[in-house]
Ligand binder design. Sequence first.
Ligand code: PBG
Length: 336
Amino acid sequence: METDFKLNLTQRPRRLRRTEGIRKLVLETAISKNDLIAPLFVKGGDGQPEAIESMPSISRLNLEDLIKECEELFSLGVSAVALFPQVDPSLKNDDATYATNGDNLVLRSVRAIKKALPDLIVITDVALDPYTSHGHDGVLDKTGSVVLNDPTVQILCDMACQQAEAGVDLVAPSDMMDGRVGAIREVLDESGYINTGIMAYSAKFASAFYGPFREAVGSAQAARTKLLDKRTYQLNPANRNEAALECRLDADEGADILMVKPAGPYLDIIRDLRNASDLPVAAYQVSGEYAQIHAAAQLGWLDLEKSRDESLLAIKRAGADMILTYFAKEVAKALF
Ligand code: PBG
């Protein structure tokens, strides 16, 4: 179109978006491989990988395949993995005794990974939900309706110590019991594990976005619902101040890294935390966030790679230093 019309502007921000080269110069945020943590599901036995229907490309792996997956991730430049076990239902009970069995699936996995890949960072969950017959993250009182705080923390301390002994770099309490970070720090220090860090799930919300994960680890099958009500310990999605309080408490109790979970729907919480704390901030892009993007892409409604990359960029821009994401391997490949 030909026209002589011209605005008299001092600022024309589009100048800096004109070419790829200029856009690169003014880039403010980028995802790097250094930011990625891959969550992995491990199962007992030596069977084939089991696909998780609502999480395309993600499978439960036996120990041997788990090591292969770790090797691939490591060679792609992903430097950390977070392990989640699918525990055989016959090993679950009300008191989660298998959680502290010295030869359990997670501990065996940690030892095997550390033997094969000593430099891969291994993070383990400290929570009882894969081990309880009711699917809660803690033990229950006699009525079966109250998740007990202090007795749960006692078990978590034992769990964390065994994970430290097996060689993990970071233990990650994801249970939301009060006081667990301080208690775990104390017991780790007393036992000589001063260099085992704590990545605290500090602002963990009672979210519907955990559905696919609960199927993957089998806590949904144990509880006979994907929507097990964890509102007496996980945060209310409506509460921003309470999330700040939880983060402050975990920092005061000795956490090394603070986490916000889920990530995408909670970008304001990530930013609040980034501004309030000088500790590193982790964000967990959870199973439901991953499933959402994949489902829309399968329908042809979203571009998988572009929406994946944008979702991670937004989490980084909000202030996360590291991101747990089921996209870790694909993104690392794309960044190669
Ligand atoms: C519980 C735990 C959960 C996740 C990791 N550890 C959720 C829950 O059942 O409350 C969710 C991760 C995901 O959805 O990807 N200890």
